[in-house]
Design a protein around this ligand. Structure first.
Ligand code: 4NP
Length: 164
């Protein structure tokens, strides 16, 4: 991604609205890829929500159940995105356009704005999707679609980081 990152960890923060469905799933999937590929010294992951509605909560039980069926354990506790995250992370990776606009409104300079990426920028197979849709008010199909999109984009993101 950036040649200056070569000798240090790339810190990724996944962001959605509630931090109980999409971003903890992205964090869990990416952490699984990091572990499987022995990249613990290269990539660090975390997640947050633009709202603080579910602070301290485990991920939504529907997302946990769908994740479990694919072998994941989504168990990070929800927290709210804060301005200091711009300093503590290299990439702020948002799920949809609302997240993008909310996070961007908190950036104080161009450097911070440039850290914000959309998750779908990293898609390999699902290039026709330009958001990870909010599954909260929908059914099982929505959760499965989110996991398909996230697994694909996490793979793309990992390859981008290790190639840089
Ligand atoms: P997430 O999904 O942003 O993917 O965590 C949502 C979680 C909670 C709510 C909306 C979306 N909510 O309205 O409480």
């Amino acid at each position: 991604m950036d040649t200056t990152q070569k000798n240090k960890k790339t810190r990724l923060l996944f962001v959605c609205l509630g931090n109980i469905c999409r971003s903890p799933a992205a964090e869990g999937i990416m952490q699984t890829l990091v572990d499987k590929n022995g990249l613990q010294d290269i990539i660090e992951v975390d997640s947050a929500g633009t709202s603080g509605w579910h602070e301290g909560d485990l991920p939504d039980e529907r997302m946990r159940a769908h994740g479990e069926r694919r072998g994941y354990d989504f168990s990070s506790l929800a927290r709210k995105f804060s301005k200091s995250d711009f300093e503590n992370f290299d990439y702020i990776i948002v799920m949809d356009n609302n997240n993008y606009n909310n996070v961007k409104s908190m950036a104080i300079n161009k450097e911070q704005e440039e850290k914000i990426k959309k998750m779908t920028e990293f898609s390999i197979q699902f290039k026709h999707h330009n958001e990870i849709p909010d599954p909260y008010y929908g059914g099982s199909t929505g959760f499965e679609l989110v996991l398909d999109l996230l697994e694909d984009a996490c793979e793309g993101l990992m390859h981008k980081i290790i190639k840089s």
